[in-house]
Design a protein around this ligand. Structure first.
Ligand SMILES: N=C(N)NCCCC(=O)O
Ligand SMILES: [Zn+2]
Ligand SMILES: [Zn+2]
Length: 351
């Protein structure tokens, strides 16, 4: 006879230093990293915590691509690869998952046959997250999904500054008559009035264009460009200082197309271009953004079928980790500021 008692799986020990601290990743000293369900950096799922501050959200969508498909498998590959991420960030001296409750919110069920419907699903879900006070990091998916993300950002914050890391401008007009593609999100966003026209930058741009007017159009839409070659010539610190100056304390959305990296650093992508940045340069630039008002971000265009030895998803998960760290530090800063305001108010009223 079989035992009628249900099977109860063993508890998964997590990193949590005190009961009042955020619930951390699965403890890799107890459960080997390669065991168990894959969430980003082994973080808890959103339904495992009472409230989240920051959420990783997968968007497995690639119906907007102009060349090689496959970015719909990006979220799953990035989660798998992210198992090795550790909880302490030495370059910024931060344990991001102690600073804020960071979770994995799973994947959105986006329609693969109806781009308009897919964009609406992204917008609705991100808007709901933002309304709940959650800062989103979207894992793509192709670059089309930056448009609904910017619509949601605009609804929550008004026009936002955009720092766009990409080999491509993505401000083209249409492909085969289609308005909503991975080559057009930033043109649509600019036309729709979602962006703060004084603080828009592409970084890492390179490669052949359709014509010189691509650049004049891009300027007309409000963008400034730091090419991939300029990053090398001017150096990270100088470029970061100029970008920070331009962004100031505006709400900032950071969009990272993994093809900003050289194909040697990110072969697993749909429209690769030679002459790109190294992953070291990109990570250094992200660390240079510490202290800015980062309200949302994405990492897009990872297409695992063209990858080798997970090179691209390793880069993407580290980029995601750095973005989460910036978000967690921003969250900790606003918590500290709120505490000062509360204490100030207490001092004034004497209660
Ligand atoms: N967003 C990315 N990755 N690529 C856009 C390339 C558009 C084109 O085929 O001209
Ligand atoms: Zn690109
Ligand atoms: Zn792109």
């Amino acid at each position: 006879m079989t035992d009628p008692r249900p099977y109860v799986p063993p508890a998964v020990p997590r990193v949590q230093h005190s009961p009042t601290e955020p619930l951390g990743p699965v403890n890799s000293a107890i459960t080997p990293r390669y065991a168990g369900f894959a969430t980003f950096a082994r973080l808890p799922r959103i339904d495992e915590v009472p409230a989240a501050d920051i959420a990783v959200l997968g968007v497995p969508f690639d119906t907007g691509v102009s060349y090689r498909p496959g970015a719909r498998f990006g979220p799953a590959a990035i989660r798998e690869t992210s198992r090795l991420l550790r909880p302490y960030h030495p370059a910024l001296d931060t344990s991001p998952f102690r600073e804020a409750q960071v979770v994995d919110a799973g994947d959105l069920a986006v329609n693969p046959f109806d781009i308009g419907a897919a964009l609406e699903t992204v917008d609705e879900n991100l808007s709901a997250m933002l309304a709940a006070g959650i800062t989103p990091l979207m894992i793509g998916g192709d670059h089309t999904i930056a448009l609904p993300a910017l619509r949601a950002m605009h609804r929550a914050h008004g026009p936002v500054a955009v720092l766009h890391f990409d080999a491509h401008l993505d401000t083209w007009d249409t492909y085969f008559g289609a308005d909503y593609t991975h080559g057009t999100p930033f043109r649509r966003a600019s036309e729709e009035g979602l962006l703060d026209l004084d603080a828009l930058s592409h970084v890492g741009t390179r490669g052949p264009l359709y014509g010189a007017e691509d650049l004049t159009e891009d300027r007309r839409l409000g963008f400034g460009i730091v090419t991939s070659a300029e990053v090398g010539k001017r150096g990270i610190d100088e470029v970061v200082a100029a970008l920070r100056e331009r962004i100031g304390d505006r709400p900032l959305y950071v969009s990272i197309d993994i093809d900003v990296l050289d194909p040697a650093h990110a072969p697993g992508t749909g429209t690769p271009e030679a002459g790109g940045m190294t992953s070291r340069e990109l990570l250094e630039m992200l660390r240079g953004l510490d202290g800015l008002n980062l309200v949302g971000a994405d990492v897009v265009e990872v297409a695992p079928a063209y990858d080798h030895a997970d090179i691209t998803s390793v880069a993407a998960c580290h980029v995601g980790y750095d973005l989460l760290t910036l978000m967690a530090r921003r969250h900790a800063r606003s918590r500290a500021e709120a505490a000062v305001t509360r204490n100030g108010a207490t001092a004034l009223t004497g209660v």
